[in-house]
Design a protein around this ligand. Structure first.
Ligand code: NHW
Ligand code: EN5
Length: 388
């Protein structure tokens, strides 16, 4: 069934019932001298390319590969359209490795035809903080599909991760592989219902007119919570404290320090937005919310070419109720002209989704760990990790 995945140190479907297997690494590290020294062979027409994302021309090629060949929904109506600035942000966190930005190009034309990436992260599973690679942006050009190139890319990124003495990884996918630690549902909150209906992202509900629908999703013009403001550089220490305390509640979550928070959560126009509540009396930072910007190309529509989507990222409430905080996040997203606000049912998100008029999407997101077993998996609400 899974000719490649059966050979890898991941939870196998046949072991699912075996509760005697312990939590933790599936296989032990090997000495670095035993890590294969040279790249895996590619078909003769192609060559490996370690990507320099500071090179604007290369970044443009990567952007274009993904814009035309990356993830689509099940009916091929939309395709993720990560911006160049977003890709640079996603792939260059503190202590990133350039060797983990792996392209494949045609030897003759030099055209970029495939890509896979990793970035380093510390991820806690129960009480074990593990150095991992977060693997993302695996993409093979549409014309080269089903030729078993993906396993070569995955083996090569694994080799380069091993060379840094890192033996675990985390990744998400819309497809089922051996074996998810949990399966999450996407939820969607319409901000611009007329456009969403026009492009086929959503439908007019039964017994609903367009004007009733527009009224249903209407939001105030400005955030309601006193002290709600954009996060700034001076807030990094306070936000790190809030976030670390909050993420400690989940079974699997990143172990963020101040450098990570500065990189992953300090606002960057059209990439990541973060807001917090500063108490007007004590000036204490009590609550925090964030979302990242990931537009989708609208395929085959006469009126529109892109959908502007915000994706819920990390949110922490200690004083402002989470539902009120997220309502303010919807309000600022609407002000900034997003068409839809998306969220997974991770962390405590279930507590506000229905109340704030999110509806379940048709997509799922499966979370995976490589070479790390979590017996019986976890519930989405036990997961404190959002990958881009
Ligand atoms: S998920 C998004 C993945 N990208 C897309 O869906 C873009 C559109 N599709 C494509 O470009 C986020 C191609 O269809 C791809 C597959 C490239 C997906 N993950 O080359 P073949 C990520 O980036 C297996 C893992 O013939 P293809 C996360 C498939 O099950 N495996 O297929 C990435 C089969 O193996 P099997 C996937 O369609 C995580 C084999 O690939 C997969 O031309 C990567 C077929 O290969 C997926 N999304 O290319 C793993 N999709 O055993 C990281 C298919 O079943 C692991 N496959 O025969 C950790 C590594 C680091 C470890 C460090 C210690
Ligand atoms: C790794 N970082 O399927 C990511 N999106 O629901 C890789 N559906 O947008 C894996 N099909 O339900 C990504 N509208 C896996 C996800 C791939 C993309 C995907 C889904 C998520 C999606 C939309 C559009 C469906 C179009 C037809 C959807 C319904 C919205 C509606 C709004 C009003 C209230 C009810 C719901």
């Amino acid at each position: 069934r899974h000719k490649f995945w059966e050979t890898q140190p991941v939870g196998q479907f046949r072991d699912a019932a075996d509760t005697s297997l312990p939590d933790g690494p599936i296989e032990l590290p090997t000495p670095l001298s035993e890590v294969r020294a040279d790249p895996y062979p590619l078909p003769a027409a192609f060559e490996w390319l370690t990507c320099d994302l500071d090179d604007d021309a290369l970044l443009a090629d990567l952007y274009s590969l993904l814009a035309h060949n990356y993830v689509e929904d099940d009916e091929n109506m939309f395709r993720f359209n990560y911006s160049p600035a977003f890709l640079r942000w996603a792939l260059k966190p503190p202590s990133f490795f350039r060797a983990w930005h792996i392209g494949v190009r045609a030897k003759e034309s030099k055209k970029l035809v495939a890509f896979i990436s990793g970035v380093p992260a510390r991820i806690r599973a129960r009480d074990d903080v593990v150095r991992m690679a977060e693997i993302n942006f695996l993409c093979v050009h549409k014309k080269l599909r089903s030729k078993r190139l993906a396993p070569v890319l995955i083996r090569e990124v694994t080799r380069r991760v091993h060379q840094e003495n890192i033996w675990q990884a985390a990744y998400t996918a819309g497809v089922v592989l051996p074996t998810p630690i949990t399966t999450c549902r996407y939820w969607h909150r319409s901000l611009n219902p007329k456009k969403l209906i026009d492009v086929g992202f959503s439908r007019l509900g039964p017994r609903m007119t367009m004007s009733r629908t527009v009224r249903l999703y209407k939001l105030p013009d400005a955030p309601l919570t006193p002290g709600f403001r954009r996060m700034e550089l001076r807030d990094v220490a306070a936000v790190t404290r809030l976030l670390r305390a909050y993420l400690a509640k989940f079974v699997v979550a990143p172990d963020f320090d101040e450098l990570d928070v500065e990189h992953w959560l300090l606002p960057q126009e059209d990439v990541v937005d973060s807001y917090l509540v500063e108490s007007p009396e004590t000036h204490e930072v009590t609550d925090f919310c964030s979302f990242y910007t990931l537009p989708s190309s609208v395929l085959n529509n006469a009126n529109y070419v892109t959908l502007k989507a915000a994706y819920s990222y990390y949110n922490v409430s200690t004083k402002t109720p989470l539902q009120q905080l997220m309502n303010d996040a919807l309000i600022v997203a609407k002000q900034k002209n997003y068409d839809v606000f998306n969220a997974l049912d991770v962390m405590e998100n279930e507590s506000f989704l229905k109340e704030l008029k999110f509806g379940p999407g048709d997509g799922q997101l499966h979370y995976y760990l490589y070479n790390y077993r979590i017996r019986n998996g976890i519930k989405p609400s036990e997961l404190g990790l959002v990958l881009l």
